[in-house]
Design a protein around this ligand. Structure first.
Ligand code: GTP
Ligand code: MG
Length: 360
């Protein structure tokens, strides 16, 4: 006998009503719960009509603010704003937020008109007509922005699972070919514990760890391996390049001279040269990793995520190229990766000297 569908399956089969249905339902319910006090019946009728307008519009306005507030806050951070632009289309989130604001203004205007109409309505039926007409306008204003509410909810869910970068602490992005040892280095340098494995494309999205640089709380961003071939960027690469262009104060470019990663050193060097050309104002510290496996003479800093060789020198080199944090840094949390408060500081309070990609 076929099993009855589970609760979760039943829930996913039932399509959720559009946001406007939920919001209006609550608003009309709150409107119907008014109990006016007045000396005469006529006075109570008028007051009831006015309260219905006031309560229902205030409920809708509160819900619209709740729907937009979190996204609007996160979009103040340049990294999140750019990531959302690249993922959902440039300006999409901003346009939806603007349409919500416009709807709010129209609702306020309609509520003011309805309140005035209720004050001069001659009798009970006329008051009923005022409330009916207002409810109709309110419903159409909210229904019109259903696509925007759905889009903002989607963006909110997307941002919820993205690592957050604090605007005030410097950011170092760890980059290089796949499988060279980026995540191992991030784990050695910071609080992040990314997955490390002996095959390429282990890391599929950026992750943020924290390190104490002595004077500073440093955000260390692990990225998926970049091959440097010109092709359409996948979501992981979009995230990584957004982190470099919008958040990085420096890059640690990891080269694997042992070539156990599976990519020739010459190819890795070519990518490094391209990065230097593309980000001329960004300090790029090139390191050769897996120093425990190969002792080859080099002018670059040799590091090993296994023995810790070169890690302290790398920290010193980063200290030298990073701008100091303007305010005393908060203590480094022990929590999971990317669990910080959303960035809320305005653009001009952010750590200075973000690089800009050279226009091609
Ligand atoms: N001996 C040695 N092995 C290392 C070192 N660093 C990384 N490895 C090994 O190299 C392999 C790849 O390491 P990851 O840190 O996952 O490399 P990744 O660059 O993050 O790889 P992707 O996320 O796939 O791009 C793993 O098997 C690591 O154990 C090192 O310093 N010494
Ligand atoms: Mg990795």
């Amino acid at each position: 006998m076929p099993r009855p569908p589970t609760k979760r399956a039943r829930r996913s089969e039932t399509p959720r009503p559009p946001p406007s249905v939920e919001i209006l339902d609550i608003a009309f319910r709150r409107g119907s719960l008014v109990t006016p006090h007045g000396r005469s019946k006529a006075e109570r009728d008028r007051l009831r009509a006015e309260l219905k307008v006031v309560r229902s519009s205030a409920t809708v306005l509160r819900h619209l603010r709740l729907e937009s507030r979190r996204v609007a806050e996160r979009l103040r951070g340049s990294f999140d704003a750019e990531l959302v632009d690249r993922t959902f289309g440039r300006g999409t989130a901003g346009r939806s937020l603007a349409r919500l604001r416009h709807a709010e203004e129209r609702i306020r205007g309609a509520a003011r008109e309805a309140e005035r109409a209720a004050q001069t309505a001659p009798d009970h039926p006329a008051l009923g007509e005022v409330v009916r007409a207002f409810y109709g306008r309110l419903a159409s204003f909210v229904r019109e922005i259903d696509p925007d509410l759905l889009r903002l909810r989607k963006i909110d869910r997307f941002l919820d699972v993205r690592p957050r970068l604090l605007p005030a602490a410097p950011v170092v992005v760890i980059a290089g070919f796949p499988n060279v040892g980026k995540s191992s280095l991030v784990a050695r340098m910071s609080s992040a514990r990314p997955k490390v494995a002996d095959y390429p494309f282990t890391t599929l999205s950026i992750a943020v760890g924290h390190a104490d640089l002595g004077f500073d709380r440093l955000q260390v961003v692990d990225t998926p391996g970049v091959l440097g071939r010109s092709r359409r960027a996948n979501p992981a690469e979009t995230e990584a390049s957004t982190a470099v262009e919008r958040a990085a104060n420096a890059v640690v470019f990891v080269l694997d001279p042992t070539e156990t990663c599976g990519y020739p050193l010459a190819e890795q060097e070519q990518l490094l040269s391209r990065w230097k050309e593309e980000y001329p104002s960004l300090p790029i510290v090139a390191v050769e990793t897996k120093a425990d496996l190969l002792a080859r003479p080099t002018d670059r800093l040799r590091v090993s995520a296994v023995t810790g060789e070169g890690i302290e020198t790398l920290r010193e080199q980063l200290r030298a190229v990073l701008p100091p944090t303007p305010e005393p840094a908060a203590p480094v949390p022990d929590g999971p990766v990317g669990d910080e408060e959303p960035p809320t500081a305005p653009e001009d309070e952010r750590t200075p000297s973000r690089p800009r990609r050279r226009s091609r």
